[in-house]
Ligand binder design. Structure first.
Ligand SMILES: [Zn+2]
Length: 206
C-alpha cells in the first residue's frame, strides 16, 4: 500500500488561564489529505460567562489564513467547550464524534457549553468505535479524559502520527500512561503525538 501524502498543521486558537499564573495554549489541527481537508477540533470563537474564570485570549480561526470553506470534514476528539466552540463555523460539513461523547454532552449537566455543541446548522455523524475517515486516517476511541473521547491516527511513512485531543493534557502524561486512552496511544508506537494544550508534539526530541 502506498502512503498518501499527508500533513498535519497545528493552529493556535486561544490561550487559557488555569490557576494563578498558569497559561495553557489551545490548538486545533488541520490534516491535508489528497482526498480532503480535515479539521480536528474547532477551539473557541467567543467568550462565555461559564468560562470567564479562564479569561480566554482568542486568536480567531477565521483570521488564520485557512480556507475554512475547503474543510471537508470536522472531527471532535471530545465535546468540552474548548474543543467544539467553533463547530458553528462548519454548518453543512459532517462533524465526526463518538456516539457516547455526543450523548454525554447532550445529557450531562456541567459537561460543556451545550449551545455550542448543538449550534444552528451543526450536523454530527456519530461513530460507534473505530472508523476509517479517509484512507490512512482512522478515528479510534480513547477513553480517559472523557469516556467518549477519540483520537485521530494518521499513517505516515515514519509511523503513526496521533492527534490526541485531551487524551493527554500534558505531554508528561504520555511518559507514564494512566488511562486506557493513554496506554492505547503508547501501544501504537507513534512517531509523533499532537496535543490540544501543548506547543510541541510528544515526544519532544525526535
Ligand atoms: Zn481541552
Amino acid at each position: 500500500m502506498t502512503t498518501p501524502f499527508l500533513t498535519v498543521t497545528p493552529v493556535r486558537v486561544a490561550t487559557l488561564f488555569v490557576g494563578e499564573e498558569e497559561r495553557m495554549p489551545l490548538y486545533v489541527h488541520l490534516i491535508e489529505h489528497p482526498e480532503g481537508r480535515v479539521l480536528v477540533d474547532t477551539g473557541l470563537t467567543e467568550l462565555h460567562p461559564a468560562v470567564a474564570d479562564m479569561d480566554p485570549q482568542l486568536e480567531p480561526l477565521t483570521e488564520k489564513g485557512i480556507d475554512l470553506s475547503g474543510i471537508t470534514a470536522v472531527v471532535n476528539t471530545h465535546l468540552h467547550f474548548d474543543h467544539c466552540g467553533g463547530n458553528h463555523l462548519f454548518a453543512g460539513t459532517p462533524v465526526y464524534v463518538q456516539r457516547q461523547e455526543l450523548e454525554d454532552a447532550r445529557t450531562q449537566d456541567d459537561y460543556t457549553i451545550r449551545e455550542w455543541v448543538d449550534a444552528p446548522g451543526v450536523s454530527y455523524t456519530d461513530v460507534d468505535g473505530e472508523y476509517e475517515l479517509l484512507p490512512g486516517i482512522r478515528l479510534v476511541p480513547a477513553p480517559g479524559h472523557t469516556r467518549g473521547s477519540q483520537i485521530v491516527v494518521i499513517e505516515t511513512g515514519d509511523g503513526p502520527v496521533v492527534i490526541a485531543g485531551d487524551t493527554a493534557v500534558w505531554a508528561g502524561e504520555l511518559d507514564e500512561p494512566a488511562t486506557d486512552g493513554q496506554r492505547l496511544i503508547r501501544a501504537l508506537e507513534p512517531h509523533r503525538v499532537w496535543l490540544a494544550h501543548a506547543d510541541e508534539p510528544w515526544p519532544a526530541a525526535r
